[in-house]
Design a protein around this ligand. Structure first.
Ligand code: BGC
Length: 371
């Protein structure tokens, strides 16, 4: 029995080593932080994909992927520069383009919550609510990086009281590339009870340019969380059946986006948390996007219970991307795997509390293919 177990372990290690050994990882300098510290970029290259990750905000800054004829395009929105006016990560103050958002991705109503009898107040930055961790979230820090097999591990220590949140939180994000899959593994520990909701805020555009309205989306969600006018969940979890929120059968994103629907009007498109149906694991696709023209596909797997599907409604053309093209409404889509927005104020939602002695673990996989 013992030797069999040993054999299985050895085989697993060997196969992991084989798949990672095809991924080349290199490091270069991308730019500087506002206080002059170097921002590095790690390039993860496999047979078909080339992915760039910056230490600044743990951003995914580029994903080059082939289409059905082998033509390469960058399928995520991003910038070539840290600090160029109107076209860089420092100039962009509110799109969270490709970053890891935290300590609490998405919204907390009125910047207030209580935990274990203590009331906490956070800085508000979006219609009186706290969005993506506050005014200086995890996206605006330079993470410490270390190369690991097949990728890079980024670490950020957020001190007790950072943006009003309790507890020193040590967060790790491991990006690894194996063949056509980019795996993002998040983990964290705290020294006081706190709340946490980490996600990645990449805007995908599988065509490499234009808008995402012709992309066909499947979302494995029977229910979603509608919001009030400030995009805070009302607490209801209605069925998607018979509404423009039903993507259980693959449907073009633009087909119903302009329907006379109160929820779509509030957000100027889709900007909603979908409640995933069935097992939250890494073998059942939570979402799949297909760009019919290029044939490129993106399949999302996650251990999280929800996905914020956001159609770039607030991209207003004021920022220019890497090809100098302005990023306008619907030029990218986000599939932010997450716990539900404002969970600390909704006891019926899955808990986002992390206690000392526990380790937060979530994993999301973005798989790139063609059809
Ligand atoms: C939010 C949007 C917001 C965007 C960029 C998304 O996660 O749901 O409302 O505009 O992030 O800040």
């Amino acid at each position: 029995m013992k030797s069999q177990k040993g054999l299985i372990a050895l085989t697993l290690v060997a196969s992991a080593a084989t798949s990672f050994s095809q991924t080349a990882v290199t490091k270069s300098v991308f730019g500087n932080t506002p206080d002059g510290k170097p921002v590095d970029v790690y390039t993860l290259k496999d047979k078909t994909l080339e992915i760039k990750i910056a230490t600044w905000g743990a951003h995914i800054i580029s994903v080059k992927a082939p289409d059905k004829s082998g033509n390469i395009a960058d399928v995520v929105l991003g910038y070539n520069s840290m600090d160029a006016a109107g076209a860089s990560y420092l100039a962009d103050k509110n799109t969270y383009m490709g970053s890891v958002v935290g300590r609490y991705g998405n919204r907390i109503a009125k910047g207030k919550f209580s935990l274990d009898g203590h009331n906490y107040t956070l800085p508000t930055n979006d219609h009186g609510n706290t969005l993506h961790g506050g005014t200086v979230g995890f996206d605006r820090h330079n993470w410490t990086a270390k190369q690991i097999p097949g990728g890079v591990e980024l670490t950020l220590v957020s001190p007790d009281g950072d943006q009003g949140f309790p507890g020193t939180l040590t967060a790790h994000v491991r990006y690894t590339l194996t063949s056509d899959k980019l795996r993002i593994a998040y983990s964290a520990t705290t020294d006081k009870p706190t709340v946490i909701n980490l996600t990645n805020h990449t805007y995908f555009n599988l065509a490499g340019s234009g808008d995402i309205l012709n992309d066909v989306l499947m979302l494995r969600a029977d229910k979603y969380t509608p919001t009030d006018k400030t995009l805070i969940p009302t607490g209801e979890t209605p069925s998607v059946a018979g509404t423009p929120f039903d993507f259980r059968t693959p449907t073009p994103i633009g087909a119903r986006i302009n329907d006379n629907n109160e929820q779509l009007k509030i957000a100027g498109g889709y900007d909603h948390n979908f409640i995933l149906t069935g097992p939250s694991d890494l073998t059942h696709a939570a979402a799949k996007v297909t760009d019919p023209a290029s044939g490129r596909t993106l399949t999302v797997y996650t251990t999280e219970p929800g996905v914020q599907f956001y159609t770039g409604n607030f991209l207003d053309g004021s920022l220019k991307g890497r090809d100098s093209a302005p990023y306008t409404k619907h030029s990218g889509l986000c599939l932010e795997t997450q716990h539900y927005p404002d969970s600390p104020n909704h006891p019926a939602f899955p808990s986002t509390t992390l206690n000392p002695g526990e380790t937060y673990h979530t994993t999301t996989i973005f798989q790139f293919g063609t059809k």
